[in-house]
Design a binder for this molecule. Structure first.
Ligand code: ATP
Length: 310
């Protein structure tokens, strides 16, 4: 077994700069064409030798169960990731795990998925299981659609239900301001609302997920101007339908000088694109004073996926 006495891994939040949602598949998931960008807002998982599994959580959402809270039991994705890797590698699931959360919970930023990806990397090192990259990606996909991206990071195209990730060429470094709302949104609820809106003809129904080509081209060229013009998220209408107050939040971001603003993933976080780093600082200050968000964070991306913290 490994000699490691402590492994610390941090993993980034993601935003979706394109989220094309297709019809519901036979397995109940929606077919997606999405483009993920990993951004510089991180959760950190620390793994130490232990007897059996134990888990503690600090930071965003720590303190129990319920909406917006992170459970510190076997329902936590961290715990599930540990059990899955142990079963795969044929080792005992022995570890004391701690998650320090900076990524807001149920925010459309895939914080739980980041934690699961970080756990796979941390325990692979702690236990010396030497799972290959393909194995880790396969385990990640069993834990959730966004977990493989948590391993890969950077900028990537997600197909299938989002779990099939391939890195894409991105020309620049992007500056975003994340506007984080006070209360989270459940991802399944947002997808169900999109289905309802489509069935009622309130938003167009589609035969397949919308193509990501325009976003991929803008990313390759590295132009914030072009990227701002083509950002899109099919879940935005559903998130706005469930949380009409978000309309004001998206408008506030645009009025504060964002090149473009959209709901991140299933929301309710609003991702506002700035022209550059200084623009992001200005935008963050403006939005912090606008009174529509619980908190705002200026971030950059792309950043790498789950990696040992240096
Ligand atoms: P999704 O990845 O589905 O888009 P999200 O980013 O909006 O989700 P998360 O922060 O990942 O939201 O959490 C969604 C729910 O998952 C939470 O309400 C929480 O109960 C549960 N959960 C399980 N493990 C974790 C974890 N390690 N961190 C955060 N939430 C977790």
């Amino acid at each position: 077994m490994s000699a490691a006495s402590e492994v610390v891994v941090r993993a980034p939040a993601k935003i979706n700069v394109h989220l094309g949602v297709g019809p519901v598949r036979a397995d109940g998931f929606h077919a997606l064409h999405t483009v993920y960008v990993a951004v510089s807002l991180y959760d950190t998982v620390t793994a130490r030798p232990g007897k059996g599994l134990s888990l503690t959580v600090s930071g965003e959402g720590a303190g129990g169960r319920g909406a917006g809270l992170v459970p510190a039991d076997r329902t936590n994705l961290v715990w599930r990731a540990a059990e899955l890797l142990a079963a795969h590698a044929g080792v005992r699931a022995d570890a004391d795990l701690h998650v320090a959360k900076e990524i807001p919970v149920a925010a459309g930023l895939a914080g739980g998925s980041a934690d699961a990806a970080a756990t796979l990397v941390a325990l692979d090192a702690l236990w010396g299981t030497r799972a290959g990259r393909e194995d880790l990606l396969h385990l990640a996909a069993q834990l959730g659609s966004d977990v493989p991206f948590g391993l890969v990071g950077g900028t990537a195209l997600g197909t299938g239900r989002g779990e099939q990730v391939s890195p894409v060429l991105a020309g620049g470094r992007w500056h975003w301001v994340l506007g984080i709302a006070g209360e989270g949104l459940s991802t399944p609820r947002v997808y169900a609302e999109l289905d309802r809106l489509r069935a009622a003809g309130q938003v167009p129904d589609v035969a397949e997920p919308g193509s990501a080509d325009a976003v991929l081209t803008a990313l390759r060229r590295g132009s914030a101007d072009e990227l701002g013009a083509v950002l899109s998220n099919d879940l935005q209408a559903a998130a706005l339908s469930l949380r009409p107050d978000l309309r004001r939040a998206v408008r506030a971001a645009r009025e504060a000088g964002a090149r473009a603003a959209l709901v991140s993933g299933s929301g309710p976080t609003v991702a506002a694109l700035a022209d550059d780093g200084r623009g992001a600082v200005r935008l963050a200050a403006e939005l912090a004073g606008a009174g529509v968000f619980r908190t705002v964070r200026a971030v950059t991306g792309p950043v790498p996926g789950a990696r040992p913290a240096s």
